[in-house]
Design a protein around this ligand. Structure first.
Ligand code: NDP
Length: 288
């Protein structure tokens, strides 16, 4: 039986840490502020927004949502971003993506001030994560993976970590954050040959592909730690990860379940980044 790496203890511990830091900020007359920018009303965005607003309210972070209709123009959204950039009471901004087709999404992401880009969507943040210099933040899910490993005292330095997935949201940034923590990282993708053999070589395996229950027994052996970032719906309509949990949980040493694993920690990392932004700490939070 694997040790279950649950998100809740990590979320609870982050909440206590952030409460202290927010109290210290309030003594200096600063209330951390988060702007959530949403175009349209996709159910997934609304769910995440509700969670983020609740989490922010519980901590004393002032969060507000700016909504635009589905058919809004690039200019209208750029105006919102310009306002976010210029408002000193907003320290961080979360913008839901993908944007509807009429938008030049890259241009919008790049227009956000990297110092307020708490979910690491713009080029400035990516440069900061990849170079370790300048203002910007790692995407919250990538940061959540590192937070989970640290919270459960799972060593990174000197270990072999296999990341399956190479998106800019998860796979690539988490690979860089792990490299910065002195792991030996292999990043895999849809064209990787003999994926099971490579995954078996990882001391730690991070699954971030969005393929329901795709990684089963032939990928794993005892001694491994598995972080399952995937959020999928299985044939029965239940939430599940990328790992075939029932098949590999008896084999590996430790695993994050889906739900109750990484997902909630991602929201906590958003709050942590907002607090860091308010503190004026604008370097990526997960680097050593
Ligand atoms: P993307 O679709 O952007 O990227 C998926 C990645 O998986 C790509 O790099 C792709 O490779 C790779 N991939 C696809 N098929 C295979 C395969 N057969 N073998 C190996 N690699 C494969 O997804 P995201 O990175 O945005 O998200 C991944 C998962 O994480 C999703 O389930 C998503 O819901 C979840 N997620 C969870 C979050 C959380 O808060 N917990 C936040 C963000 C995402 P290639 O590049 O070659 O196409």
């Amino acid at each position: 039986m694997a040790k279950l790496l649950l998100g809740k203890p990590v979320i609870d511990s982050l909440r206590e840490e952030l409460k202290g830091r927010i109290a210290a900020l309030e003594e200096r007359g600063v209330k951390p502020g988060l702007a959530i920018v949403r175009v349209g009303a996709r159910p997934d965005d609304l769910t995440y927004e509700r969670t983020a607003l609740k989490r922010a309210a519980g901590l004393g972070i002032r969060a507000r949502t700016i909504t635009l209709p589905e058919n809004a123009s690039q200019e209208e959204l750029m105006d919102v971003i310009a306002w976010v950039n210029s408002d000193p009471s907003i320290h961080g901004c979360l913008m839901f993506r993908p944007l509807p087709e009429q938008f030049d999404e890259e241009a919008v992401c790049d227009a956000l001030d990297p110092a307020k880009d708490v979910d690491g969507i713009g080029r400035g943040s990516m440069a900061a994560v990849f170079t370790g210099r300048g203002p910007g933040y790692a995407p919250c899910t990538a940061a959540a993976c590192i937070e989970m490993l640290d919270a459960y005292d799972i060593p990174i330095a000197g270990k072999r970590v296999v990341v399956v997935g190479r998106s800019l949201v998860v796979g690539k940034p988490v690979s860089v954050l792990l490299l910065d923590r002195h792991a030996t990282v292999t990043t895999c993708h849809s064209r990787t040959g003999d994926l099971p053999a490579i995954v078996r070589k990882g001391d730690v395996v991070i699954l971030a592909t969005g393929r329901a229950k795709a990684y089963g027994r032939d990928f794993f052996h005892p001694g491994q730690t598995v972080l399952d970032v995937g959020i999928n719906v299985d044939e029965a309509g239940n939430l599940c990860g990328d790992a075939d949990f029932d098949a590999i949980e008896p084999i590996v040493d430790a695993i994050t379940p889906v739900p109750r694993g990484i997902g909630g920690v991602t929201t906590s990392m958003l709050m942590k980044h907002v607090v860091e932004a308010a503190e004026g700490m604008v370097t990526p939070s997960c680097q050593t």
